[in-house]
Design a protein around this ligand. Structure first.
Ligand SMILES: *Cc1c(COP(=O)(O)O)cnc(C)c1O
Length: 227
């Protein structure tokens, strides 16, 4: 069927990952965003050298991670944090990149404390009018202070989604805002950049890019809408 499946699919994921890894500076981590991709495709990516994956939807990730259990890979939650799913998120994921309000942070902290886990988190910053989620830059420092008081969380930096289909200057300005807030807040991770804008993100100081379509090809439409 598509070039994604079977032997050819695995080969092309390996080639795409190698090509991307060669273009991205060595200090910048690549998280392979595997939402909507089936387990076999994720396994092929891991076989090709991918060490970190990102998922947006809790139920989808739960099903896929069960099948991927034996594969050593760091799992990032990059979707919207619903407080009623905090327990599941904390048990499934190693890092949560998308804490955009104190209520979400507290729910994650409580769930982490309950299972004796210390969870690395990033604050999701809103730097684009096209984005629904993310804390406003002016409120990021206060959220950071509050999250740092949660002993079962480690605040490790900032995540942001750039403006979609924006002129280069607007993207650069948005990423510069994120980099500035990152310098204020501290941490090791500035998660900035996707398939369409990772070069601009790296130029602005990104330490982690989140890549879906450049590795896996265009995404199939999601089977269901969740949060
Ligand atoms: C889907 C998604 C990505 C990957 O997008 P691509 O454009 O396919 O690389 C990155 N970050 C987040 C938060 C996403 O939801």
């Amino acid at each position: 069927m598509s070039a994604q499946s079977g032997q050819d699919g695995s080969a092309s994921i390996a080639a795409r990952y190698a090509q991307l890894r060669a273009q991205v500076p060595a200090h910048v981590r690549i998280v392979a965003v595997s939402k909507t991709q089936p387990v076999e495709v994720i396994a092929a990516a891991i076989a090709a050298g991918v060490t970190e994956i990102g998922e947006n939807y809790v139920q989808e990730a739960d099903k896929k991670f069960t099948a991927l259990e034996t594969l050593a890979v760091t799992k990032h939650f990059i979707g919207h944090v619903q407080t009623n799913k905090a327990k599941a998120i904390v048990s499934l994921f190693d890092v949560v990149q998308s804490v955009d309000r104190l209520e979400a942070g507290r729910a994650l902290a409580k769930a982490a404390a309950a299972i004796g886990k210390v969870l690395p988190v990033l604050i999701q910053l809103n730097i684009s009018p096209s984005e629904r989620f993310g804390v406003a830059p002016s409120e990021a420092a206060a959220l950071a202070d509050a999250l740092r008081r949660e002993t079962s969380l480690i605040l490790d930096g900032i995540m942001a989604i750039g403006p979609l289909d924006a002129p280069a200057a607007q993207t650069a300005r948005a990423f510069e805002t994120a980099a500035q807030i990152f310098r204020q807040i501290g941490g090791r991770t500035l998660s900035l950049g996707m398939t369409g804008d990772w070069r601009a993100a790296v130029a602005a100081g990104s330490t982690l890019i989140r890549i879906g379509s450049a590795l896996f090809g265009a995404r199939p439409a999601p089977a269901r809408v969740e949060d």
